[in-house]
Design a protein around this ligand. Structure first.
Ligand SMILES: Nc1nc2c(ncn2[C@@H]2O[C@H](COP(=O)(O)OP(=O)(O)OP(=O)(O)O)[C@@H](O)[C@H]2O)c(=O)[nH]1
Ligand SMILES: [Mg+2]
Length: 307
């Protein structure tokens, strides 16, 4: 697959990602064939999957664009999965991320795709892990996964990515929010973006002294996505940290996919039980002492049908 990075291959990849977004048996089949392709391929370097998280508007998409430009100057094939927060009601993507990340249709070494969270109630779309496996099979060497730093809910990015980059703004206050949300603990690298604005260096200093308390020092870099200042250094740092990783990223991404798949199934099961009255019936049985709480919970999970 990596031998034909042309428009057709890219369109096929986009369609494959739509299939894994929809889920079900066709998704399973596609993921299985991607894994088969990876098993057949000569063992080579796995892609570096980089999670980019941070509060809305700090410049995640702009930074990913600038990092992608920089990576392309080094002939690295770059893919971007931008997770769009989408309304549970419509399930539609806002497409804001797509607008701000340049897709460069004439550059076959670059692929950009939005993934809708589709009411999964999480910042990380369920299909992100599966999509990253398809991108690996398609021969991309850097995969950026942008998620909104919505707090604990999107810590799933740590399961999926080899490296988590937390993006902060220069204004101050954001870092307090990030600490509260537990995002700082999940970050391998912190970037203060909008370094062209006043306060960025001071914010970086505050973060450095805050992070120095931890066991492993987390590097804090300052960038400006607008004029690419600090971006080459950031990419260099990302690649260096990626090179020293020891864990098997593919195994981790398959694990992340299994978790996402199980969570999806559970959400479906709960929705069905809610819709057809099973949930209320179970609750009533518990209330009337006809069924133990554990039995009802197991029944809901589908593990204790006769309980
Ligand atoms: N001054 C300045 N503005 C920037 C910089 N990076 C991004 N911006 C601006 O900040 C705004 C938000 O940028 P995005 O890249 O869309 O931010 P984001 O974090 O991806 O936003 P969401 O995906 O909506 O959470 C845009 O108007 C950008 O032009 C920067 O380095 N300096
Ligand atoms: Mg964005």
């Amino acid at each position: 697959m990596s031998a034909q990075p042309d428009h057709t291959a890219r369109r096929a990849l986009a369609q494959s990602i739509s299939v894994v977004e929809r889920g079900g048996a066709p998704a399973d089949a596609l993921i299985a064939s991607a894994l088969e392709h990876l098993r057949q391929a000569p063992p080579g370097a796995q892609p570096l999957v980089i999670g980019i998280t941070g509060a809305p508007g700090v410049g995640k998409s702009s930074l990913v664009s600038a990092l992608s430009d920089q990576a392309r100057t080094q002939e690295l094939r770059v893919a971007v999965l931008a997770v769009d927060p989408s309304s549970a009601a419509t399930g539609g993507a806002l497409l804001g991320d797509r607008v701000r990340i340049d897709e460069r249709p004439d550059d076959a070494g670059r692929f950009v795709r939005s993934l809708a969270t589709r009411g999964s109630g999480r910042a990380l779309a369920r299909a992100a892990a599966a999509a990253s496996l398809l991108l690996e099979a398609a021969g991309f060497s850097l995969v950026f996964v942008e998620t909104v730093g919505a707090g604990q809910a999107d810590l799933g990015i740590a399961r999926l990515a080899d490296l988590v980059v937390l993006v902060e703004g220069p204004e101050g206050g954001d870092e307090v929010q990030a600490m509260k949300a537990g995002l700082l603990e999940a970050a391998d690298l912190v970037v203060v973006n909008k370094g062209d604005r006043p306060g960025a260096d001071a914010a970086a200093e505050r973060l450095r002294s805050g992070l120095a308390l931890g066991a492993t020092p987390v590097p804090v870099l300052v960038t400006s996505a607008l004029d690419a200042r600090g971006v080459p250094e950031l990419l260099q740092q990302i690649i260096a940290m990626g090179a020293s990783r020891t864990a098997d990223g593919r195994i981790r991404r398959i694990a992340a996919h299994l978790v996402a798949r199980a969570e999806g199934r559970l959400a479906e099961r709960i929705a069905t039980a809610d819709g057809d009255g099973t949930l209320a019936t179970l609750a009533r049985s518990v209330s009337e002492g006809e069924m133990p709480l554990t039995g009802a919970a197991e029944t809901l999970l589908g593990d204790g049908r006769s309980a």
